[in-house]
Design a protein around this ligand. Sequence first.
Ligand code: PLP
Length: 486
Amino acid sequence: MREKIAAFAQVARQLEPDRETFNELLRQSSQYARHFLENLDNFPTYQETADNGIGIYEAPVSDHPMPLEKALKLLWENVTRPGINPASGGHLGYIPGGGIVHSAFADFLAAITNEYAGVFFAGPGAVRMENHILRWLADIVGYPQSAAGNLTSGGSISNLIGIVTAREAHDLKAADFTNTVVYLSEQVHHCVNKALRIAGLKECIIRYVPLDEHYRLRTDKLAEMIKADKAAGKNPWLVVASAGTTDTGAIDPLDEIADIAEEHNIWYHIDAAYGGFFVLCEEMKDRLRGMERSDSIALDPHKSLFLPYGSGVFLVRDRQPLLSSHHYMANYMQDIADARDELSPADLSPELTKHFRGLRIWLPLMLLGVEPFRAALSEKRLLAEYFYEEIQKINGFVVGPYPDLTVITYRYIPPKGDPDEFNRQLVREIHKDGRIFISSTMLDGHFTLRLAVLVFRTHIETIDLTLEIIREKIALLLKQPEWAER
Ligand SMILES: *Cc1c(COP(=O)(O)O)cnc(C)c1O
């Protein structure tokens, strides 16, 4: 018996690197990271490779160890290179963010110590750290002391927790669903629909509230719809507003929606996954007023706080329905029941064991303070305004509304031919070039280009380069007889 155990232990000890192996892991990983960071400006922001990372399949999971050099080479060739480089300042598509380096070191320490942040009894300091961050977040949103929340993996999960909490708060039962009404903007993020379905609420009546010319939810229409539904004996339950829509960056009239939600006793959830952290900027406080009057809110530090992916936030003004929908006890957890000085993440989210996400938010905030984040957000906003002005100086461009945040929509009208097809080709040419990355959408039935400025590494040089690339590609396309002036 002892011999057998010793034989297994001998092999199992490989799970613990010796000092030399540890140093080698550190050396090569930091070399990889440094090479990546120092060359960010030289690497394409978007790269289509022939095989799109298929090489990953060529190294089977087996009993044969692979040298670190080889593993990192596989990573570089197949993962880091192909597709969008989300860390690049040239990433101007979707809603980017960047991924600040300080958080990577926090993740490293979180993983090494493997701190258990799920329950207070196991990781009191880790849980206090998360609660400390959540309190700071509740303060910037403007929530009272009754608030609570959870550090989630992202906006989709935050919105899902929001919907489940709203269901609990209004004590909705399955039998009520078909008579229950949800009000969403036509520009709501699709993850809200997905969350409603996951939460078993797809039988609810979903009303899409029309938008004004800025793509903001029309509160007159919202009020009308609610009144009509009430008159028809329906149960208006939930309204979801956006503090920054993904498509056009519009901020819904948050304060007016709060009035309506209050009047009709409707749960008011704000999806602020994109724009929430702009409330840190003095000049944006007015624009975001009303946020503090919501019942719950989702924010995404991996967007407007520039953290690496995997960082979301859910906050609720009154913690009770969040607790009653997520708290659970089990026999094998009886030891933790006495340690109740603090709320534990496991009581406030679907997760039990989880990544110690607090550290990746806490460390950069401690090391840098809030000021650089605030400055980066103000800078991005001005860059968006700068692009909005400059793109109109190129003959042929029409633009969408003045940006509420940092998304600009625009399209080129060629001298002849189908504008949709022209813009489709234009975005394709820009992708082929790869120095920067922009995306497109359909707005009012038109193929439209989007520029989303949110990577902390995007600066005015990036925007100038983008304008230069756009000019270059338009000149190229206009040489084709299809588009050229007669
Ligand atoms: C990105 C985004 C989401 C989804 O968040 P994930 O972190 O990607 O899950 C939801 N709403 C808005 C407005 C977003 O921009």
